[in-house]
Write a protein of this length. Structure first.
Lengths: 345, 321
């Protein structure tokens, strides 16, 4: 049976809390720097910032192991950092440097790292979902084929974490993919980052049913809405969903209610959102919520905060220096990697 | 054996040789495929390796991409040519470009089998020739078999290669029989072949039209004309060397396909041959193709598809220059 539940609240271990705070700040400050570098035209192409949504990536990725796979969107800088791709390699990619994780080919929307099982951002809305289904089918095949995954007592499988926005839920590929995953009981966790807008189009102007979890639930997929500004709530819901998926319960869906504080991309004048609405969401900044809680618990003071900020600033400065020193791929190399270099039989 | 049986045997051999090979598609398993190409494979290799999918073309190709990222060699069956378009996004924006986008980190050995072309009394969506869309897309390899021997060999080569292959099967030739020698030395996948040597006019075709052109050459021979027929086999990359070699001796080229002419393979071939062999040409490159209309109702099929008369007429026009 499918149930739609509010996420339970966990109890905050302060050690973990400080790590989460650091991770959220790494994403926030890194992206603030990227915005600056973008306006200096050091970064070109597109740039979609995650600022405001950090608790979603941090809370959900906490539940993953290095053997799990990740598929994300063009707004994937946070997931890439958390997956362990070095910040300097990500920034070099944004700069279009050969030192980037895709030799500068992918840019900000297409970060890949196969060895970390980070199977990419994607510039096509919803196109990552069917790919996540395939990755999960591969997991199931490796655990012994159909019927095996989900056997009683069958535990500990790798899962595929699939991120996408509220806008993607309107695409056919969402529906094909959730159906396939549920039909085949695949180990996918669908993490819907509902930031209330698909570019300039508000949720209610895109969706006849604005509770997106209900859509997933119609495929017999357990689906919950979660407060995506509260990293603790996100982490406990994700832990629960990922554990169930890992133990053969089939796909799960979390709708993470969040908000992007900045425009859709660096090109977007952001004229479609009410200032009051933005302020209301900013008042629930996921970083402040967590920092306040840590301070209340006595785990964080001004000096502690400064220490984290200083560490993050140093990491960013090193990343900028690395990217600045990098070189673009040569034009002559642009014909490489269209097909395999060994050729075809 | 028939081309259907040859494809079936080729798929069986590929699955037997490599446990990473899987088949996914609509009704490929229990039913054995609308055209029976996958008949018996699910019973032999199991439901996990021959997977019946719902009607989700985009889901099928996307799933194959994910499988390939983790080391599998999926073979997708698209039931009919016209049903590939719901998967276009995954094929063109993902499958074709992921290796490039990841600077070679991702290898996607996915074969997409598509029964294509007309001639079976079917209708729009079931008789189309979508090859140019895919040949236009860097990162996809596109091949078309014309006979059972090639079908048997080429499907295995496509699966064994490390790149995505759009594998076009001429459905009107599915039931034509020819011997298949499983032990014969194979030509490379991306090599055109002289199907019939000739000295007066060069005729180039692929897939379903190769048979038609060979029939035309037989008729022409009775009229004292010698046509060279070249089976392209590979549409991307093109292998025009045998065409150029032949044109350098005949001076005349007719290109034949079922697809409409506008921005088609024949347009590309005409351009390349003109660039490479301009001074050998005694006549402009002529084309015999489908018309630039949507595929017509089946009662008009004979008027739409290139046939002996239209091919021989083009040959005559070429010779009259
Ligand atoms: C198939 C497709 N259609 C349109 C676009 C243009 N586009 C890029 S992002 C976007 C909004 C997507 O919204 P959502 O899925 O909610 O993700 P968010 O940007 O809010 O994170 C659109 C329309 C696209 N990239 N791909
Ligand atoms: Mg959104």
């Amino acid at each position: 049976m499918t149930v739609i539940l509010p996420a339970p609240r966990g109890s905050l271990g302060t050690g973990t809390g400080l790590l989460w705070l650091r991770d959220m700040l790494r994403i926030r400050r890194f992206e603030e720097t990227c915005a600056q570098l973008y306006s200096e035209t050091k970064i070109r192409g597109f740039l979609h910032l995650y600022i405001g949504e950090e608790a979603v990536a941090v809370g959900t990725m906490e539940a993953l192991t290095p053997d799990d796979s990740v598929v994300a969107t063009y707004r994937e800088h946070g997931q890439a950092l958390l997956r362990g791709i070095p910040m300097k390699v990500i920034l070099a990619e944004f700069y279009g440097r050969a030192e980037g994780c895709c030799r500068g080919r992918g840019g900000s929307m297409h970060l890949f790292d196969r060895t970390r099982r980070f199977f990419g951002g994607n510039g096509i809305v919803a196109a990552g979902l069917p790919v996540a289904v395939g990755l999960a089918l591969a997991e199931r095949m490796q655990s012994g084929g159909p019927g095996r995954f989900g056997d009683p007592g069958h535990v500990g499988d790798n899962v595929v974490a699939c991120y996408f926005g509220d806008g993607a839920v309107a695409e056919g590929e969402f529906h094909e993919s959730v159906n396939l995953a549920a039909l085949w009981r695949l180990p996918v966790v669908f993490f819907c980052e509902n930031n209330q807008y698909a570019m300039g189009t508000a949720l209610a102007r895109s969706h006849s049913q604005t509770n997106l979890a209900i859509k997933a639930a119609s495929y017999e997929v357990p689906a919950w809405q979660v407060d995506g500004m509260d990293v603790e709530a996100v982490a406990s819901a994700a832990a629960r969903a990922v554990e169930a998926v890992r133990n053969g319960a089939g796909p799960h869906f979390l709708e993470l209610l969040t908000y992007r504080f900045r425009a859709h991309s660096m090109y977007d004048p952001d004229r479609y959102r009410d200032k009051g609405e933005i302020e209301r969401w900013r008042a629930r900044d996921p970083i402040s919520i967590l920092a306040d809680r840590l301070r209340e618990a006595g785990a964080l003071d001004d000096a502690g905060m400064r220490g984290i900020e200083d560490d993050v600033a140093a990491e960013i400065a090193a990343a900028v220096a690395f990217a600045e020193a990098g070189q673009p791929e040569s034009v002559a190399d642009l014909t490489r990697f269209v097909t395999s270099e060994g050729g075809q039989p | 054996m028939t081309m259907v049986q040859a494809l079936n045997a080729g798929l069986r051999a590929a699955m037997g040789a490599d446990p990473a090979v899987m088949i996914l598609g609509e009704d490929v398993g229990r039913l054995g495929g609308v055209f029976r190409v996958t008949d018996g494979l699910q019973a032999e290799f199991g439901e996990d390796r021959v997977l019946d999918t719902p009607l989700s073309e985009s889901g099928i190709v996307g799933t194959a991409i994910g499988l390939a990222m983790r080391g599998y060699r999926p073979v997708c069956e698209i039931q009919f040519d016209g049903f590939v378009f719901p998967a276009f996004n995954q094929l063109v924006s993902q499958l074709a470009k992921l290796r490039y986008r990841s600077a070679g980190a991702l290898s996607l050995p996915v074969t997409v089998r598509i029964p294509f072309g007309g001639g079976i009394g079917a209708v729009e969506h079931h008789s189309e020739s979508p090859e140019a869309y895919f040949a236009h897309t860097a990162g996809l390899r596109v091949v078309a078999c014309s006979n059972p021997q090639d079908a048997y060999v080429m499907v295995q080569q496509s699966i064994a290669g490390d790149d995505p292959v759009i594998f076009l099967e001429p459905k009107r030739r599915y039931w034509e029989k020819a011997p298949v020698d499983r032990a014969a030395a194979a030509d490379p996948l991306h090599a055109a072949r002289v199907a019939r040597a000739g000295t007066d006019v060069t005729v180039v075709a692929y897939g379903p039209m190769v048979r038609t052109c060979l029939d035309a050459a037989a008729v022409a021979e009775g009229e004292g004309m010698s046509l060279a027929v070249i089976d392209l086999r590979t549409l991307s990359p093109l292998d025009l060397q045998p065409v150029l070699d032949s044109v350098r001796s005949t001076g005349r080229l007719v290109v034949v396909h079922e697809a409409p002419s506008n921005c088609s393979l024949s347009a590309e071939i005409a351009a390349q041959v003109t660039e490479e062999a301009f001074f050998s040409l005694a006549a402009p490159v002529l084309r015999v193709t489908g018309y630039d209309i949507p595929y017509p109702p089946s009662r008009f099929e004979a008027a739409y598809l290139p046939d002996l008369d239209r091919i021989l007429d083009a040959v005559d026009r070429s010779r009259a220059y």
